[in-house]
Design a protein around this ligand. Structure first.
Ligand SMILES: Nc1ncnc2c1ncn2[C@@H]1O[C@H](COP(=O)(O)OP(=O)(O)O)[C@@H](O)[C@H]1O
Ligand SMILES: [Mg+2]
Length: 232
């Protein structure tokens, strides 16, 4: 039987009269990478914030490992939403140390997460001197400190140069082998199309398409078709 680390059922969020997320039902299989794709304003961040406990839903359900979402599930969820909160005057390791203290976690995992995001050799360099890609990977390291089973990444490739994007892709691709299921959003298809197993395409708050992605599939053509049809 298929296992799902994350499901949403008719998830909705409105801000006043605006329906930002409208009956979104996602299915994220355990051990896979799921790409949540859609143009700006589609409702991606709002959806991911509800899953991460940063926003209350207006209606609908969120299931984590088949269980109805409760605050305790946040222990199993790591999230990097919008720009990571870093202390620019601290090194990578020191940033992680501060976060373990704030979150009441053991320091033991610091070296592991630095290794995972390929920041082990940054030594005394302060995070304010990091490239955008390094900052993003340090943010990812912070979200990994609690040893999550589900990782939520909101537009992690935003603002990165091609090399930064490639490095980030390699890190994300390594997660399923470490027992981490990933949901990653993007408005730029090419940036994540190579690493996702399944895609959901969202526009105007509605999930327009959801399915497995074969390597041969032209995601761009599919995306344009789905979004154009939605606009008719
Ligand atoms: N806190 C908020 N208050 C009012 N409207 C919001 C708020 N957050 C998001 N929205 C609106 O909800 C819609 C979806 O936004 P968002 O989830 O950020 O989209 P995306 O991440 O796909 O670009 C947008 O129209 C946005 O303006
Ligand atoms: Mg967003």
């Amino acid at each position: 039987m298929q296992k799902y680390s994350l499901e949403t059922k008719n998830l909705c969020k409105h801000f006043g009269k605006q329906q930002a997320v409208n009956n979104v039902s996602l299915k994220v299989q355990t051990g896979t990478i799921y790409g949540l794709l859609g143009p700006n304003g589609a409702g991606k961040t709002t959806t991911l914030k509800m899953i991460s406990g940063l926003l209350h839903s207006s209606s609908g359900e969120i299931l984590i490992d088949g269980e109805k979402w409760e605050r305790k599930h946040l222990e199993e969820i790591g999230a990097l939403i919008e720009a990571p909160a870093l202390y620019g005057n601290l090194t990578a390791k020191e940033n992680l140390l501060v976060h373990t203290k704030l979150m009441g976690l053991s320091k033991k995992s610091i070296n592991d997460v630095l290794e995972t995001v390929d920041l082990k050799n940054t030594g005394k360099k302060l995070s304010s001197h990091f490239s955008m890609g390094m900052k993003q990977r340090l943010g990812m390291a912070i979200s990994l400190l609690g040893n999550p089973k589900l990782l939520i990444l909101d537009e992690p490739t935003n603002g990165l140069d091609p090399i930064g994007i490639q490095e980030l892709r390699e890190v994300i691709r390594s997660f399923p082998n470490k027992g981490i299921t990933v949901i990653v959003s993007s408005h730029v298809l090419t940036e994540i199309s190579q690493i996702v197993d399944h895609v959901g395409i969202i526009s105007d708050g509605l999930l327009r398409y959801q399915g497995a992605l074969s390597q041969e599939e032209d995601l761009e053509a599919l995306f344009m078709k789905v979004v154009r049809e939605a606009r008719k």
